[in-house]
Design a binder for this molecule. Structure first.
Ligand code: GLA
Length: 328
């Protein structure tokens, strides 16, 4: 790739990408050159890797891990305990009744043992618990089936099990809307309590699903500083910069306008300049995708709308945003 600098060689922190198994072929031109680590976007989620009580499906995750090893890339595991994309059988017995605390803890333990155990020393870090904090209101934790059956210590238990399964893995608490003050403070207080209780938690995952105006740079900065007080490492785990504000529902665009591309380039520049100034705390940045031809933001949350959140365009050429990141 003459003349195009490699992202992963450019920064003090590790640079990664989330991928679908198909991307090993479709994005092989970009993956090993630019990215030092990969996260399976879906392949290690509960519903895909453990769809039935007695059935694990490892093919997709194994293929991603094998590719990473072949190309000397690291793997971030995503995710062990989450309220979404987890099958009902986990929470219900054969007659549809909710399972007991002990039964759900046993399922959690055997799932984590099996998955984190299988990838021991291959997956270097795990998002152990994803998105357990409530977005609004006074309550710290969201309601979930994990929480209602086990109790609030389901989070601590997940970290204990993950640490038992792979004592070398770096264990993250991962969440979104992580820069909004109310939620940020709840995340800090949760993790502070975990640390106080000697729960093996090693990192804060700031998902980083941001857009052109939100969160503000000040909010991002204040969030990093708040998480840094915990003394753990911080990673941006799912970075993408949507072209659309949360309430913008327009669906008329087939391509981004020049003005949108310029705005995004500036925003990426500013975000990276800020992140670089905190690289003593931030150990990695993972993009939630590779190039604009494939992103979970197509059709979400607005159906029939394409988005262009990445640094490479749909033909895999570097966008203005790429060069702004390099020059940040
Ligand atoms: C959350 C999850 C991810 C993924 C994204 C959308 O951020 O952590 O696994 O589902 O939503 O792709």
């Amino acid at each position: 790739m003459t003349g195009i600098p490699s992202l992963k060689s450019h920064f003090a922190f590790a640079i990664g990408a989330a991928i679908a198994p198909d991307n090993l072929k479709t994005h092989d031109d970009l993956l090993p050159y630019h990215f030092g680590s990969i996260t399976p976007e879906n392949a290690m989620k509960f519903e895909l890797i453990h769809p039935h009580p007695e059935q694990y499906r490892f093919e997709a995750a194994d293929a991603i891990v094998a590719y990473a090893l072949k190309h000397h890339m690291r793997v971030r595991g995503h995710t062990l305990v989450w309220h979404n994309q987890t099958p009902n059988w986990v929470f219900e017995d054969a007659s549809g009744e909710s399972v007991s605390r002990d039964a759900l803890l046993a399922t959690m333990k055997s799932h984590i043992d099996t998955v984190a155990g299988r990838y021991r020393h291959k997956v270097y870090a795990w998002d152990v618990v994803n998105e357990a904090i409530s977005d609004e209101g006074e309550e710290r934790l969201r309601s979930s089936k994990w929480r209602s059956a086990i109790g609030d210590d389901f989070i601590a238990q997940a970290f204990y099990y993950a640490h038992q399964a792979d004592t070398d893995a770096v264990l993250f608490y991962n969440d979104y809307n992580e820069c909004f003050p109310q939620k940020r403070d709840k995340i800090v207080s949760l993790v502070k309590d975990l640390i106080q209780d000697k729960v093996p938690v090693h990192g804060i995952g700031m998902q980083g699903h941001w857009n052109m105006e939100s969160p503000t740079l000040e909010q991002i900065q204040e969030a990093i500083e708040a998480y840094a007080t915990l003394g753990l490492q911080i990673q941006i785990t799912e970075l993408d910069l949507s072209m659309f504000a949360f309430n913008d529902k327009r669906t008329d665009l087939q391509h981004p306008t020049q003005q949108m591309l310029d705005m995004q380039a500036t925003r990426y520049h500013d975000v990276f300049a800020l992140l670089k100034s905190y690289d003593r705390y931030i150990s990695g940045i993972t993009f939630w995708g590779i190039a604009d031809d494939y992103t979970w933001l197509d059709n979400f949350p607005v159906r029939g709308r394409k988005n262009w959140p990445m640094l490479f365009d749909a033909q895999h050429a570097p966008k203005a945003a790429f060069w702004e990141v390099i020059n940040s």
